[in-house]
Write a protein that binds this ligand. Structure first.
Ligand SMILES: [Zn+2]
Length: 453
């Protein structure tokens, strides 16, 4: 009797690609469930089931398995704003004002160095760093975006990759028309890819003319792809746009008809209540980048208000030249601390709200929350396993508290993206780490030489 029911059990177990076992599963699902001794079943890149270890073991047989070793299983982190290849400018110029930093160092360094090869090498290094520190999706805006997409695909990391369209000569395209044509070819090539979501990126309202912003908007609507833009980042931008258009950047974009779900504004430091209302009414997301904002002294974004009002809020590192790393665990800690510090209110952003910002919130910000950002049946299988081995992580009262206040990127032990194990026991399986680093060092020498000219 017992034997036959066991047999029935075994026969009933559905074969799936991967089962993740022996972890505390922090789901970030609608009920914000945390399952002690939980497990996740994955098949064909999607999550099939999330449950207790016993439930999953009874119902699913994994062709491959991943033992969480008593660690925390959580949705992969979503880095909602950055310029991946800029890791090659990490530390090249620090402690400067945004416009000085951009105009005296970053723009010249980019003009002299950024090629397709540079972007490939930089994005590879960034992908390695991001996978090692728990990011499974990154939102990018840079040049030669087709190379970014290619590298993301090879590295097995999810990307929302925005092709830059600006009015002046850029490293990849010399005119707006060329940039638009490049972006269209790029979108056609990648649209529908399971890992790469193509997007367009008109840098900002202070660099993009109204005609350019409208043309980019038209392109993004025609192909139904996200539109990424820097938004109300600094006091300089506020002043410039107010003088030029007698309104805020948000009002300017609204009046041009650009705002809708899938539009993501980076930074949002200077959004006032009226701007925020406009963004909420139009389902526009914001990428909060606290470390970059602090380093460039751009100000502190109204995080407490944005959370209370229900704005689609994600978290991003920005490029490594203004951070100077891509560790989203650090970014979560900074977001929690800065929001409290700036509002003189320790309840401004809870650990749970910050964790959500770094996962599901990022997916919502870019309008892709039905795809990823939480561990729920039917979603794309992007998850990480955080080891609790460090002394720093004991004792454990609340896993969510530890993830925001005590965990470091280096605690991430395994990573699964689109159902594929891309890092196992801290070894990234999709990239040759030594080759990636030595290639980056070659460009480091080139950047040093270029800045002597
Ligand atoms: Zn940026």
């Amino acid at each position: 009797m017992i034997l036959s029911s066991l047999l029935a059990f075994a026969l009933a177990a559905q074969p799936v690609d991967l089962v993740v076992t022996h972890g505390t599963v922090v789901t970030v699902d609608a009920q914000r469930r945390v399952l002690a001794d939980g497990a996740v079943a994955i098949d064909k890149g999607r999550i099939v089931a999330v449950g207790t270890g016993a439930e999953i073991a009874a119902a699913y047989a994994g062709r491959e398995s991943l033992d969480a070793g008593g660690g925390i299983v959580m949705p992969g982190l979503v880095n909602t704003h950055g310029h991946a290849a800029m890791v090659l400018f990490r530390g090249v110029a620090d402690d400067l004002r945004l416009m000085d930093w951009l105009q005296k160092y970053i723009f010249p360094a980019e003009a002299r160095n950024v090629t397709a090869d540079f972007v490939r090498a930089g994005t590879r290094l960034a992908a390695l760093e991001m996978i090692e520190s728990g990011t499974t999706t990154f939102v990018d805006m840079y040049y030669f975006e087709d190379q970014v997409a290619e590298v993301a695909k090879q590295a097995g990391i999810r990307a929302v990759a925005g092709s830059t369209v600006i009015d002046f000569p850029a490293p990849d395209n010399k005119t707006r028309e060329e940039a638009l044509a490049y972006a269209e070819r790029y979108i056609k090539k990648w649209k529908g890819d399971p890992l790469v979501t193509p997007a367009v990126a008109p840098h900002s309202t202070y660099i993009g003319s109204p005609e350019t912003l409208k043309a980019v908007d038209e392109l993004s609507r025609r192909y139904d792809v996200p539109l990424l833009i820097h938004l109300q980042e600094s006091p300089d931008e506020q002043r410039t746009i107010l003088e030029r258009y007698h309104k805020s950047s948000t009002e300017h974009l609204r009046d041009l008809g650009v705002l809708r779900k899938g539009v993501l504004g980076a930074h949002g430091v200077w959004l006032n209540e009226r701007d925020r209302r406009i963004l909420i009414d139009n389902n526009v997301g914001v990428a909060h980048c606290p470390q970059s904002n602090m380093k460039l002294a751009s100000g502190a974004a109204p995080v407490k208000e944005m959370l209370a009002e229900g704005l689609r809020l994600g978290l991003g590192t920005d490029g490594a030249a203004s951070n100077n790393d891509l560790d989203m665990f650090e970014e979560m800690l900074t977001a929690a601390l800065l929001s409290k510090h700036a509002s003189v209110d320790p309840t401004a952003a809870s650990a749970a709200q910050v964790l959500e910002m770094a996962t599901l919130g990022g997916a919502r910000a870019v309008g892709l929350e039905d795809q990823f950002g939480s561990l729920e049946k039917g979603k794309r299988a992007d998850l990480i396993v955080v080891s609790l081995d460090a002394a720093r992580l004991h004792p454990l009262y609340d896993p969510v508290s530890h993830l925001v206040y005590a965990t470091k990127g280096a605690d991430v032990r395994h990573s699964v993206i689109e159902g594929r194990v891309v890092m196992r026991d801290r070894k990234v399986l999709t990239l040759d780490a030594a080759a990636v680093v030595s290639e980056a060092e070659r460009f480091h020498q080139q950047v040093v030489e270029s800045l002597k000219r």
